[in-house]
Design a protein around this ligand. Structure first.
Ligand code: NAD
Length: 536
């Protein structure tokens, strides 16, 4: 297999993104659209990355044996066409390119809101049917009316900004937005959806569809709304209870509804939303502008490449908290954590039941989640055969009843340090390290042994009875095996001592076995760590 990064484009993407990928050295791009589920499953495993939009279904079957696949990028927002659990368990990162369609979708929602207020849809229909009716379509001004958004994320916030520009008052409901007001106090956050429904003239949805948002607007909520409430849904089909909406439209409780998204797309021909005189519907056009299509395509392509090259992680959907967009010092701590995990893993001979990662120092909070995951990857790798990476490390640990927690301590401390405490059977293991100002990592403690050792290259960890002659014996054995000692750290604690020895070449298994057999030697492990990159 070539060393190139191979990317499969399985959906119709705006050409700008594919052209960007094709222009990158070391990248092979194949465009294969219209594949069946089985064809996709057998094709995708040869690729490192998969690029899709909303048409391709990435099912558990597609991800069953992912082969080389490391990442799936969705050009756009919704990832309901990807089985996220299956992707996470397979260690495949899922990313979306939400930001590029924010303005476009907000503009569409706002266009629908304006069209509702001024009856643009039915008035146009009357005209095109040859009619002329000025009295029937008297509209409402936006100025001074109250706009309520459900979900104050990227799009919800952008819709509110547009409403404010039209002189509207703005309220928002978002249980995950922890503030009383936003946008310099111009939008008030309410505490419940009911509180929102009771006060607004226009209600616009900008939430994902999940168990909490399904049928959020139902008959009970319509009962609390002002008469003539106008409703806009450019989020996801399913957040409004459609029979309740139709009843509210018919009774006049709801003055009009603008619907861009449907539970089933396209909706059946006889769907009442298509023909109701007070409903304005569009065929999921929220993100459909040439600017957004080009934007989502180029950002999905650059994001997936960045991740596959190990240069960054943007728009991750199933690895929240992991960030590779860290500064140089934080990345050195991530690298240190990986080395610490590899060093301590062979010491955990019994099953691991608990892992506590402690990150101290003001530079580490942003990197803590990434640090925790890279450590888990190294610990799990030594115990399981399935491919484990930062995407699936946490679910893998959970599945195996390994309790993992990350403690971020004392943000004001200037001395940044990472420690790992592990419960392995009835034993505990501890390792701590830091990165000095020279940019090089150091191991400071292993169990109760203190040291100052740069973790790189071929290393031998040896636990022995603390008695005369041990260092000489170990040196002789290594010398007799024709291996050259490059560095050595020695630490004593009670009746035992620990040696961490760096050698110039990989230690043969026979040398390790000879050391293990020597009187006074309690434990020996050989580990090879990557050489350190030059530090500026
Ligand atoms: P976002 O993640 O930035 O914002 C979503 C917000 O919803 C978040 O702030 C979240 O805290 C909030 N939220 C989650 N659960 C909630 C709940 N139970 N009640 C209230 N708020 C809740 O996402 P976004 O980019 O703003 O997109 C919003 C929605 O728009 C998504 O569902 C997306 O699928 C949809 N969308 C539709 C189109 C289209 O073509 N019509 C295009 C783009 C996005």
């Amino acid at each position: 297999m070539s060393d190139n990064i191979k990317i499969l484009v399985a959906d119709k993407l705006a050409p700008a993104g594919v052209e960007y990928l094709q222009a990158q050295p070391g990248v092979e791009v194949d465009v294969k659209t219209g594949l069946s589920e089985d064809e996709l499953a057998s094709t995708v495993k040869e690729y490192h990355g998969l690029l899709i939009r909303s048409a391709v279904q990435v099912t558990a079957n597609v991800l069953q044996s992912p082969g080389e696949l490391k990442a799936i990028a969705r050009a756009g927002v919704g990832v309901d066409n990807i089985d996220l659990n299956a992707a996470t368990n397979a260690g495949v990162l899922v990313m979306n390119s939400a930001e590029a369609s924010t303005i476009t979708t907000a503009e569409h929602a706002f266009a629908m809101l304006m069209a509702l207020a001024r009856n643009i849809g039915p008035a146009y229909k009357t005209m095109s049917d040859g009619g002329w009716d000025r009295n029937k379509y008297v509209g409402r001004e936006l100025m001074g009316k109250t706009l309520g958004v459900v979900g104050f994320g990227r799009i919800g916030c952008t819709v509110v900004e547009r409403g404010l520009a039209f002189g509207m008052k703005a309220l928002a409901y978002d249980p995950f937005f922890n503030a009383d007001t936003a946008l310099d106090g111009r939008v008030r956050l309410v505490k419940s959806f009911d509180e929102l429904v009771e006060q607004v003239d226009f209600l616009s949805f900008h939430v994902p569809l999940n168990d909490h948002t399904r049928n959020m607007l139902n008959a009970e909520r319509f009962g609390k709304a002002k008469d003539g409430l106008m409703v806009i849904n450019a989020a996801r089909g399913g957040v409004i209870d459609i029979p309740a909406l139709i009843a509210a439209l018919d009774s006049g409780k709801c003055g009009g509804a603008a619907i861009d998204v449907f539970e089933q797309e396209p909706p059946p021909e006889d769907d009442p939303l298509r023909s109701h005189p007070k409903v304005l519907c569009t065929p999921h056009l929220g993100a459909s502008t040439s600017e957004a299509q080009e934007g989502v395509s180029t950002s999905a392509c650059s994001q997936i490449l960045e991740y596959l090259k190990g240069e960054g992680l943007r728009g991750a959907v199933n690895a929240s908290g992991v960030s590779f967009n860290l500064d140089a010092m934080q990345m050195r701590f991530v690298d240190l954590a990986e080395r610490m995990g590899r060093l301590v893993a062979p010491m955990c001979e019994q099953g691991i039941s608990e892992v506590t990662v402690t990150c101290q120092g003001s530079t580490l909070p942003a990197a803590a989640s990434t640090i925790e995951r890279v450590i888990l990857v190294e610990l799990l790798r030594s115990q399981i055969e399935a491919p484990v990476n930062v995407v699936n490390a946490l679910p893998f640990a959970e599945e195996r009843n390994i309790r993992s927690r990350c403690v971020v301590e004392d943000k004001s401390r200037t001395f940044a340090r990472v420690a790992i405490d592990i419960k392995s059977g009835d034993e505990t293991r501890h390792i701590a390290g830091c990165v000095y100002a020279d940019g090089r990592p150091r191991i400071l403690e292993i169990n109760n042994y203190h040291m100052d050792m740069v973790p790189e290259g071929n290393m031998v960890l040896l636990l022995n009875e603390d008695k005369p002659g041990m260092v000489g014996m170990v040196g002789r054995e290594i010398g007799d095996a024709d291996a050259n000692i490059a560095d050595m750290a020695l630490s004593r604690c009670g009746a035992t001592a620990m040696m961490v020895i760096k050698v110039d070449s990989v230690c043969e298994e026979s040398l390790i076995n000879r050391l293990r057999a020597r009187p006074g030697v309690l434990k020996v492990a050989a580990i090879t760590l990557p050489e350190l990159a030059d530090v500026d």
